[in-house]
Design a protein around this ligand. Structure first.
Ligand SMILES: Cc1cc2nc3c(=O)[nH]c(=O)nc-3n(C[C@H](O)[C@H](O)[C@H](O)COP(=O)(O)OP(=O)(O)OC[C@H]3O[C@@H](n4cnc5c(N)ncnc54)[C@H](O)[C@@H]3O)c2cc1C
Length: 444
C-alpha cells in the first residue's frame, strides 16, 4: 500500500455487482472507500428477494464455467464451496411444439430447419468462434449479415425470434457484433461439439457472492450506506469534490459512478453540457420479467426460446433446472421475460394487466399445467438493463475518465462488445481501477 493510496477517500455511487467489486478491490489497494446505494439492499439488477423464507434472485442469474472473473471473485470471497455446476438444457417453442436446442448435434436435428439450413447454422457458430475482429461487424446490420450469408430460412426460424427476444423493436439497428459476442460467450462454456452447456449457480442466489464480497470489503474498511441516493455529484472548478446525499455535501478525493449513463447525467448539472448530452443519449432496453413460483416443475429446460410473436414473453426461464429446488424450499422458479425497447408501452402496464396478459398465453402454451400449482406471480421490471449500441456509434461510448476531473464512470454501456453480465462488468472493474490508480499519482 502506498502512502498516496492510504490517504485517498473515494466515493462509489451504486452498490450493484460492479460497485461492490470496485469497492473491494480499491480497498485492497489501500484506499478509503465509501459506497452509496439508493436501494434497501446491495445487488442492483442482481439483487435478491425473499419468498416464504427462501432467498430467490429478483431476475434469473447464472454464471458460466468460462466466467473467469466471477469464478475468481467467488474463490476470493470464500463462497466457492457454495457453487454448483450443472449441464442445462435449452429448448425452442415453435408452432406449438417443443424442441431440444442444446449441442451442435441437436442443432443438426432441429426439425423446423431443413438439412441445408442446419448445416449453415452450424457453420455460422464455428465462424463466430474463429472471427476475432469484431469491429468489422460493427457496421453491418445483424439482419443483413445473418440472412445474406446463411440464408433467410435460418434467419426467420432461429435468429429473428432470438433477436426479437433480446432487442424488441430495436433489433433492426443492432450490429452483427451482437451475434458474435453472444455465440462466443455461450460456446465458451462448452468443451467440444457434443458437450452440454455448463452453468453455475450459487446457493441462496447470486446475491450470496455480492454479500460475501461486501463483507470482505467491510473487513478492509469499506463503508456501505444503503437507502442513500446520491442527489448530486458536487463539482468545483471542473473537478469532482464530493457528493450530496440527504441534503448534505460529503467531500471526497474522487467519485466513481457505476450508474446507468442517463442516471449519472441527471446528477451532474454543472458538468459540461456536451458530456451530459452524451450520457443522456445512451439508450437501454428495459425488461418486464414476472417470476412464477411453482409447486411443481414446468419444463426440463433452463431456457425455452419462443418463436411465436403472439406470445408477449419471449422465453421461459426455469432456473430450478439449474438450481437444486432444495435450495429454494422445494419451489420451482420460472421467469417469463420480455425485453422492452425504450418506447414499448408494456413498461407502463399495471401489475394486474401484466399478470392477465401473461397468464392468458401461459395457459395456451401449457394447457396441462395445473394453475393451482402456481403459488405466486410476482411482477419484476427494470428500466436500464441492456444498452442499445446502434451501428457505427463506437465513438459515442463514454470513457472511464469523464471530462470532469476526478469523476470516473463504469457501466454496461462501456463494456461493448461484451453483453451486459456480471462477468463483463467485474472484468471491466480492473480498467476503472487502473485508470484511477494511475491518475492518483498526479493528484495534489
Ligand atoms: C432479466 C435479467 C437477467 C440477467 N441475467 C444475467 C445472467 O444470467 N448472468 C449475468 O452475469 N448477468 C445477468 N444479468 C445482467 C446483470 O444483472 C447486470 O449486468 C449486472 O448486475 C450489472 O451490475 P452493475 O453493478 O453494473 O449495475 P446495477 O446492478 O444496475 O447497479 C447500479 C446500482 O446503482 C444504484 N443507484 C441508482 N441510482 C442511484 C443513486 N442516485 N444513488 C445511489 N445508488 C444509485 C441502483 O440501485 C443499483 O443498485 C441479467 C439482468 C437482467 C435484468
Amino acid at each position: 500500500m502506498t502512502d498516496t493510496a492510504k490517504k485517498r477517500q473515494i466515493a462509489i455511487i451504486g452498490g450493484g455487482i460492479l460497485g461492490v467489486t470496485l469497492a473491494y478491490k480499491l480497498a485492497g489497494r489501500g484506499l478509503n472507500v465509501t459506497v452509496y446505494e439508493r436501494g434497501d439492499n446491495l445487488g442492483g439488477l442482481a439483487a435478491a428477494m425473499d419468498y416464504d423464507g427462501a432467498r430467490v434472485d429478483r431476475f434469473y442469474h447464472t454464471i458460466l464455467s468460462s466466467d473467469t472473473s466471477m469464478q475468481g471473485l467467488m474463490e476470493e470471497s470464500g463462497v466457492a464451496d457454495k457453487r454448483h455446476f450443472t449441464a442445462t438444457k435449452q429448448g425452442f417453442y415453435d408452432n406449438g411444439h417443443l424442441y431440444d436446442f442444446n449441442t451442435p448435434v441437436d442443432l443438426m436435428r432441429f426439425p423446423p430447419l431443413n438439412i441445408i439450413q442446419r448445416v449453415r447454422l452450424g457453420l455460422q457458430i464455428v465462424y463466430a468462434q474463429l472471427e476475432s475482429d469484431w469491429r468489422k461487424m460493427d457496421v453491418v446490420p445483424v439482419e443483413d449479415w445473418l440472412a445474406k450469408f446463411w440464408g433467410r430460412g435460418v434467419y426467420q426460424k432461429v435468429w429473428k425470434p432470438l433477436l426479437r427476444a433480446k432487442f424488441d423493436s430495436t433489433a433492426e439497428s443492432v450490429p452483427a457484433t451482437y451475434i458474435w459476442s453472444r455465440l462466443r460467450r455461450m460456446m465458451g462454456t462448452r468443451e467440444g461439439v457434443t458437450s452440454k452447456e455448463m452453468m453455475c449457480y450459487i446457493e441462496n442466489g447470486y446475491y450470496t457472492l455480492i454479500e460475501a464480497l461486501a463483507r470482505k470489503a467491510e473487513g478492509l474498511g469499506v463503508q456501505f450506506h444503503l437507502k442513500a441516493p446520491i442527489e448530486e455529484v458536487v463539482i468545483e472548478n471542473g473537478q469532482a469534490a464530493g457528493v450530496r446525499v440527504g441534503g448534505e455535501v460529503r467531500r471526497y478525493d474522487a467519485v466513481i459512478s457505476t450508474l446507468p449513463s442517463p442516471t449519472l447525467g441527471g446528477l451532474i448539472p454543472s458538468a459540461p453540457a456536451d458530456f451530459r448530452a452524451l450520457l443522456n443519449k445512451q439508450q437501454y432496453l428495459g425488461v418486464m420479467c414476472p417470476l412464477l413460483i411453482l409447486k411443481k416443475r414446468l419444463l426440463p429446460y433452463y431456457v425455452l426460446n419462443i418463436t411465436d410473436e403472439s406470445i408477449p414473453f419471449t422465453a421461459v426461464v426455469e432456473t430450478t433446472n439449474l438450481i437444486d429446488p432444495q435450495h429454494v424450499k422445494g419451489y420451482h422458479l420460472v421467469y417469463l421475460p420480455k425485453y422492452l425497447a425504450p418506447d414499448n408501452p408494456i413498461a407502463n402496464w399495471s401489475d394486474e394487466q401484466v399478470q392477465a396478459e401473461w397468464m392468458k398465453h401461459f395457459k395456451r402454451m401449457f394447457p396441462d399445467y395445473n394453475v393451482s400449482d402456481i403459488a405466486a406471480f410476482i411482477v419484476q421490471k427494470a428500466k436500464y438493463v441492456e444498452p442499445i449500441r446502434p451501428m457505427g456509434t463506437l465513438d459515442e461510448i463514454p470513457e472511464i475518465q469523464t471530462p470532469v476531473a476526478r469523476l470516473y464512470m463504469g457501466n454496461t454501456v462501456m463494456i461493448y462488445p461484451d453483453l451486459g453480465n456480471g462477468e463483463a462488468v467485474t472484468r471491466y472493474s480492473a480498467k476503472v481501477i487502473d485508470r484511477v490508480m494511475a491518475d492518483m499519482v498526479g493528484w495534489a
